[in-house]
Design a protein. Structure first.
Length: 69
């Protein structure tokens, strides 16, 4: 994949890239999505999302790959 592997949290949206069916796709998750789909982060604060963004992104992978996002 020739896309950046960086995961970014801008205080509102977590974004990064995943491969779905061999195709790179930019994905986004707002705080509500994080709270709903990232186990262990059901009430995460902004600083927690920023600090643990890589872990949260990994926990969101099933959601991203499901096509719901």
């Amino acid at each position: 994949m020739d896309r950046p592997k960086m995961i970014d949290w801008n205080g509102t949206v977590l974004k990064g890239w995943v491969e779905v069916g061999g195709v790179p796709k930019e994905v986004f998750a707002d705080r509500e999505t994080i709270h709903r789909h990232a186990p262990g982060f059901s009430d995460a604060l902004t600083w927690e999302i920023d600090r643990f963004r890589d872990e949260i992104f990994e926990k969101l992978m099933p959601h991203f790959r499901s096509g719901e996002c």
